[in-house]
Write a protein that binds this ligand. Structure first.
Ligand code: GRG
Ligand code: ZN
Length: 338
């Protein structure tokens, strides 16, 4: 098992993803293409290799996903517009400093049109609702500097209705708590400055309980540990300023054990097939600890042992899931230090 992050291999794995266009897998994942590009670019940014993918080619691909009729982005050229693909497009354009390519008023109109009378957002004109889409709306509007156009009260009220007895949040009213849904709700509340509605001690306890003896975290009780929850749960804890409730060294060991030491990439757990989703969230799980330890420790000798090997990883903003430096640059960075 690898005891360090295999950065060059992961960079090569991400670079190779767009190259195998004859693979069935490439076509089966078309509905997630823009999301995958955002994940790949974010992973590369954390390991300080943002330039490993061609910037101009990426921007042209993003613009090729524009759905003129809807005034937003689909996940792939000629796909219908969706709020998730639209957020990914905005995130990529922000990271590539190319927001000038965007018809901002049109996108804002599309996003606002998806809010339902209950306050939740639909993903597209077909009407599926989910707190994931509320997050997409809040994050996208904020990145565009247009959060003031959102009805914050109405958006927050729906999220409050999704709060459960365990302090967590679900995908809609009455749905069980799940670490992924907790992150979208907590991060949306953080952007809207409404963290006051979170029961912090109960939720932080529930999130900390997600860590299993293997060091990995699961998304809800009785489920298997999975590398991606080291992002969803850890970022939520970082926003609540309770990251120290997790054992960093054991989490990192779990993430490292899920690496493919031949072809690069990270899987949901050791021995499974790698994918770009678990690669970005596995890599993202490591620097979240770095910021914590670097801030509470004056000297490097009190860093968690396994963290000592990662001086080159860049910090990730726990709310936007984008490089902290990018969020700082556009003036949206808040203080998430423990
Ligand atoms: C900007 C990072 C970013 C995201 C955009 C789509 C979205 C907003 C967030 C997704 C949050 C979420 C719900 C993540 C969880 C995804 C996941 C691994 C679901 C698996 O659920 P199950 O029930 O798995 O298949 P378990 O682990 O519970 O068995
Ligand atoms: Zn997963």
């Amino acid at each position: 098992m690898s005891t360090h992050l295999l950065v060059p291999l992961h960079v090569k794995y991400i670079q190779g993803l767009g190259e195998n266009k004859d693979d069935l897998a490439y076509h089966l994942t078309a509905h997630l293409r823009l999301n995958a590009i955002y994940w790949g670019l974010t992973a590369l940014s954390i390991v300080n290799h943002q330039d490993a993918l061609d910037r101009d080619e990426m921007i042209e691909f993003v613009m090729g996903c524009w759905d003129e009729e809807a005034g937003a982005f689909g996940a792939h050229p000629n796909h219908d517009a969706h709020i998730l693909a639209t957020l990914s497009a905005i995130q990529i354009l922000v990271m590539q400093d190319a927001l000038d390519r965007l018809d901002v008023p049109k996108v804002v109109k599309f996003i606002l049109s998806l809010q339902q009378p209950s306050g939740v957002f639909a993903g597209d004109s077909f009407g599926e609702i989910d707190t994931r889409f509320s997050y997409c709306a809040v994050s996208a509007l904020s990145l565009l500097g247009r959060l003031h156009e959102l009805d914050i009260e109405k958006t927050t009220n729906y999220i409050i209705q999704c709060r459960n007895f365990d302090g967590g949040f679900g995908s809609c009213v009455g749905a069980e708590s799940h670490a992924g849904q907790v992150w979208v709700c907590v991060a949306a509340l953080a952007i809207m400055d409404r963290l006051d509605v979170v029961d912090v001690p109960t939720l932080a306890w529930w999130l900390a309980e997600r860590q299993l003896p293997s060091g990995g975290l699961n998304g809800r009780p009785e489920k298997l540990p999975d590398v991606c929850y080291s992002h969803w749960a850890l970022s939520s804890l970082a926003i609540l300023k309770k990251l120290s409730w997790i054992d960093a060294d054991r989490t990192i060991s779990f993430i490292l054990s899920a690496q493919d030491s031949e072809g690069g990439g990270i899987a949901d757990r050791a021995g499974d097939m790698v994918d770009v989703f678990h690669t970005v969230f596995g890599i993202a799980g490591i620097p979240s600890f770095l910021s914590l330890f670097l801030n509470v420790c004056e000297a490097h000798h009190c860093l968690g042992l396994s963290l000592l090997g990662y001086p080159d990883l860049l910090d990730l903003d726990p709310v936007y899931c984008m490089p902290a430096a990018t969020i700082e640059k556009i003036g949206l960075r808040k203080d998430w230090q423990a």
